[in-house]
Design a protein around this ligand. Structure first.
Ligand code: SF4
Length: 55
């Protein structure tokens, strides 16, 4: 299951750019998972996140 640690997320928006099928920005300016999907861009987002907030 894909998760975003809101304490670590700095709200850069990279995961949403890389994988909009799974990530969306919340009203708190932190990313959240909008749909659990097993697709390659999830791994891309995990690697791209500057604060290691995605697991
Ligand atoms: S890439 Fe990481 S730090 Fe940036 S919005 Fe997504 S979860 Fe937050």
């Amino acid at each position: 299951m894909t998760k975003v640690d809101k304490k670590k997320c700095i709200g850069c928006g990279t995961c949403v750019s890389v994988c909009p099928q799974v990530f969306v920005m919340g009203s708190d300016n932190k990313a959240k998972v909008k749909a659990q999907k097993d697709i390659p861009c999830v791994d891309e987002a995990i690697k791209s996140c500057p604060s290691d907030a995605i697991s």
